[in-house]
Write a protein that binds this ligand. Structure first.
Ligand SMILES: [Zn+2]
Length: 238
């Protein structure tokens, strides 16, 4: 499925890398085809991805080649370069690449244990203190942080592909994640506790952006030996 008005003959391109001459990034769930776009700056691509995170139903992923300023869509369900089957990245040292993926608004929450906990709280405690809009904001705010699986995925990209830069496009902006040294299972365990500790802290007297920042700051402080997470809101990207 293409989320684009661009006229591409998909059937004839199976198994190939398709260079998009211009235009926006697309969401493509066919793992046989990889679309490469070299017509956007990094900032333009990031703004594209934020828009896609507001509309897409799929957790699409991209690699950005900093040297050539090209985005390669690496396919829905592809979690590493090995499933790409194209020549775009194989010749590029991972240190020149930034890994991006989408946390779409219309995807179910990324972490099942948090979802279950959230539903329970929403029915009981939260409704007494927050409006429906605040509850929705609180829920969607979770999209700004990496999931537990993301951390393991990032470690694999570091070790296998030498990729060191990780960014998540969400409906509100871009989250940059630095994953430091340490046993990944241990880090994930600590991270699970950190995100759970602060998930329900939400101040209805301040705006959503400030609430996002507070959540990330709190998690970041708990995880400072292992992670460095920064958030850039959509309006601060240009
Ligand atoms: Zn993710």
């Amino acid at each position: 499925m293409l989320n684009s008005s661009q006229d591409i003959n998909v059937q004839s391109q199976v198994g190939k890398t398709v260079i998009l001459p211009r235009g926006d990034l697309i969401v493509n769930i066919d793992d046989q085809i990889n679309y490469v776009n070299c017509s956007l700056t990094q900032e333009e691509g990031e703004l594209n991805m934020i828009k896609l995170a507001q509309t897409s139903r799929y957790e699409e992923a991209y690699l950005f080649d900093k040297t050539n300023s090209c985005f390669s869509e690496i396919g829905y369900n592809c979690t590493n370069r090995s499933c790409q089957g194209n020549n775009f990245t194989s010749a590029i040292n991972g240190i020149n690449l930034i890994s991006y993926h989408l946390h779409p608004k219309y995807c179910k929450l990324l972490d099942n244990s948090l979802t279950a906990m959230f539903e329970k709280w929403m029915d009981t405690v939260l409704k007494q203190f927050l409006t429906e809009k605040d509850i929705l904001n609180l829920k969607e705010r979770m999209l700004t942080l990496p999931s537990k699986n993301d951390l393991t995925y990032f470690r694999n990209l570091q070790e296998q592909e030498n990729i060191q830069e990780f960014r998540i496009a969400n409906p509100f902006g871009i989250t940059n994640v630095v994953l430091k040294e340490g046993n990944i299972e241990g880090i994930v365990k600590l991270y699970d506790k950190a995100i759970s500790d602060y998930v329900f802290s939400y101040d209805s007297n301040i705006n959503l952006e400030q609430n996002i920042q507070n959540y990330i700051d709190n998690v970041n402080e708990s995880m400072m030996d292992y992670l460095d997470i920064t958030f850039i809101s959509e309006k601060n990207i240009r």
